[in-house]
Every structure is written in structure tokens, then in C-alpha cells.
Write a protein that binds this ligand. Structure first.
Ligand code: ADP
Ligand code: MG
Length: 342
């Protein structure tokens, strides 16, 4: 090692991934797409195999003070299935790595796997392997998911065209506010253990944080309506950050309208309570696991009446301009804040 030391914060997560990517070239013809999308694409004849992996670390991604182990098991699977959904694919298998300390009882491990089992059942996925190790520090969960799509129906981040309509499912910002509520209740509890948290009012938000669902329902419905998105990504880091990915990979600009961004009533009210701007929570709050995709305007009629798909803007031809049109009709640049990992 020389004297140079570069802080990882200078690159950020995406800079670091770009750097790793630049050092590797695929050697196998079967590697259709490596680093850079929600899942890798591997040639399997008429099908494309999809592979994606996610790590969940105690103290970084979850806090066992408010994350029941059963929910954690469910969420760990759901977030992986979501990355397969983001390729317009269907998840089929997972392998699960677990590093655990003797701080956990068998009952705790059982609770975790009950959640894994529930998610496997719900998403029709098989747990086919993994690894178990002891952990000196916190709980570590690593899941790799395998999925499949008809090779003509795989959707990447890079396929959007000028004037394609930007669509988002569900509503945004709720998972982030759910986390704020849980963190606040934890602090209240730590300072006064006799206080029982009153989470009823925040049930929806807390549920969005603890029990996210992969939007496989949307994938099936789009197929039934013969609507093939031109590009797609799941919203794990926040809408703005994911819009940047679609823009960058499709070499286009994005334009979205504040009044079209779906925000639930509870999210709105709770943002105000926390002195946060609701649109900021929707743009930059992570972990909603909704789908963000683009469609050709010709496909709009096929899904325009879908109650859970919202049309928030369109792609345009200047890749340097990612903008938000505010409710006051002011055009402001979008910032890709996302989550800062380093
Ligand atoms: P997502 O949010 O959809 O899970 P990420 O932002 O985690 O995607 O990753 C973006 C891309 O970079 C993916 O293709 C992922 O496989 C790849 N990637 C992330 N970390 C690494 C790594 N350490 N080595 C190789 N590829 C990586
Ligand atoms: Mg993703």
C-alpha cells in the first residue's frame, strides 16, 4: 500500500460499483448482461436466467429493536424477488446465507425462517441452498435469487425512448416515514421503558417498512394486458435515484410532475408531523420496492385505468436534464440523493 488513501465517500456506492465494473470483462457468451441492472442476464435458450443478490446487515439495514425476525425473513426474500420483477421476470429459487451468533435462540431462528417460508410460499419460490456460519458481531443475511423470463420479454434499465411515459406503482415515501416512526418510538422506549409505543395511527407506514412486497402482481397484470415496459427498475433507494438510473442507462432525460407523484394520505400527514417535505420523502425515501417503468405512448390505453399505476412524467432527449415540475409549475433539477452508504 502506498501513501495514497482515497475515501470511499469520494466515489459513493455507484462510483465504487462503476470502478469494480470497469475491471471486469465478461468472457462467456452466455453472460448476456453483467453488472449494471437489477439482475444479471444469463442465456438459457428461449429463456433468460436472471440472478441478483442482496445483503442485509444488522445495524445497517435493520434494527432488531423494532424489526421482528419473522418480518425480517419475509423482507429479505421480498427485496430479492423485487429485483427479478424489475427485469420483468419471475423468481423461482433462492439460496440463503446466514451468519448468526449465540445471542440468538433456536426460537429466534425459527421465527426468521417462518418469515422466509411465508415469502417463499407467497412468491412461489424454492429455497434451494445457502450457507450458515457464526457471526462475531451482528446478524448477516445474504440472499441470491434466481429468476426467469422469456428472452423477448426481459426489460432492462436501458430501453426507454424519447416521449415514453414514466409510470410508478403504489405510493412512495411511506417506508421511509415508517422507519422514522419506529426510530422515534425506540428513543421514547429507551428513555422510558414503561411507555408502550402507540403505533396504531402509523400502521400503514410501519407496515410498509417492516413488510414490503415485491410487485409481482404488476408483472402478471402487465403481461395479461400485453403491455411490455421499455425500461424498468425497482425503487429501493428512492424515486429520484432510480430515475437517474433509467435516464443514464437509456441516455435520455427525465421530466416528472410533482402533482402526479403518488403519496398516501398518512405519508403526507406524518411527513408534516416530522417537519419533512412530503415530496422530499417520496423522492428520496428508500425501501418502497415499488416498480418504476416506462411505456411507449402507444401502450398507454392498455393500462391507463389501472388503479395502482401512476403516470408521473416522460422521457425527453436531453440526458443532462432530469427535472421536476413543481405544483407551482416551476422546473427544478432533480437531485439523486438516494441513500448514502459511506
Ligand atoms: P439494486 O439496488 O437493484 O439491488 P445495486 O444498486 O445494488 O442494485 O447494484 C447495481 C448493480 O451493480 C447490479 O448489477 C449489481 O449486481 C452490481 N453490483 C453491486 N455491488 C457489486 C459488487 N460488489 N460486485 C459486483 N457487482 C456489484
Ligand atoms: Mg433493484
Amino acid at each position: 500500500m502506498g501513501e495514497n488513501r482515497t475515501e470511499l465517500s469520494q466515489l459513493g456506492e455507484f462510483g465504487l460499483i462503476d470502478r469494480i465494473n470497469s475491471k471486469f470483462q465478461s468472457k462467456n457468451a452466455s453472460t448476456l448482461k453483467g453488472i449494471g441492472d437489477d439482475a444479471a442476464m444469463i442465456d438459457a435458450g428461449d429463456n433468460t436466467l436472471l440472478v441478483s443478490t442482496d445483503i442485509l446487515l444488522e445495524g445497517v439495514h435493520f434494527d432488531l429493536a423494532y424489526m421482528p425476525l419473522q418480518h425480517l425473513g419475509y423482507k429479505a426474500v421480498a427485496v430479492n424477488v423485487s429485483d427479478i420483477a424489475a427485469m420483468n421476470g419471475i423468481a423461482e429459487q433462492i439460496v440463503l446465507g446466514l451468519a448468526i451468533s449465540n445471542r440468538f435462540s433456536l426460537e429466534a431462528v425459527d421465527a426468521f425462517f417462518e418469515g422466509v417460508q411465508a415469502a417463499c410460499k407467497n412468491y412461489n419460490v424454492d429455497l434451494v441452498g445457502g450457507d450458515t456460519a457464526s457471526s462475531a458481531a451482528g446478524l448477516v443475511i445474504s440472499i441470491t435469487v434466481l429468476g426467469r423470463a422469456d428472452k423477448k420479454r426481459v426489460v432492462q434499465r436501458s430501453g426507454a425512448h424519447v416521449n415514453d411515459i414514466i409510470c410508478v406503482t403504489g405510493d412512495l415515501g411511506a417506508a421511509y416515514l415508517g422507519l422514522q416512526v419506529l426510530a422515534r418510538e425506540k428513543q421514547v422506549f429507551l428513555s422510558n421503558p414503561d411507555m408502550q409505543p402507540d403505533l396504531e395511527k402509523y400502521e400503514y407506514l410501519v407496515g410498509r417498512q417492516l413488510k414490503p412486497e415485491a410487485r409481482m402482481d404488476i408483472i402478471h397484470e402487465l403481461r395479461d394486458k400485453n403491455c411490455l415496459p421499455t425500461s424498468m427498475i425497482d425503487i429501493s433507494d428512492g424515486l429520484a435515484s432510480e430515475l437517474f438510473h433509467l435516464g443514464k442507462n437509456s441516455n435520455l432525460g427525465v421530466k416528472i410532475f410533482e402533482d402526479k407523484v403518488p403519496i398516501d394520505h398518512d405519508t403526507f400527514e406524518t411527513a408534516i408531523e416530522f417537519k419533512l417535505d412530503p415530496i422530499t420523502c417520496a423522492l428520496h425515501g428508500g425501501e418502497d420496492y415499488e416498480l418504476l417503468f416506462t411505456i411507449s405512448p402507444a401502450d398507454y390505453d392498455k393500462i391507463k385505468n389501472h388503479p395502482d399505476i401512476h403516470f408521473i412524467g416522460h422521457m425527453h432527449n436531453d440526458p443532462t436534464q432530469h427535472v421536476l415540475v413543481t405544483k407551482q409549475q416551476t422546473v427544478v433539477p432533480l437531485k439523486a440523493q438516494g441513500w448514502k452508504h459511506f
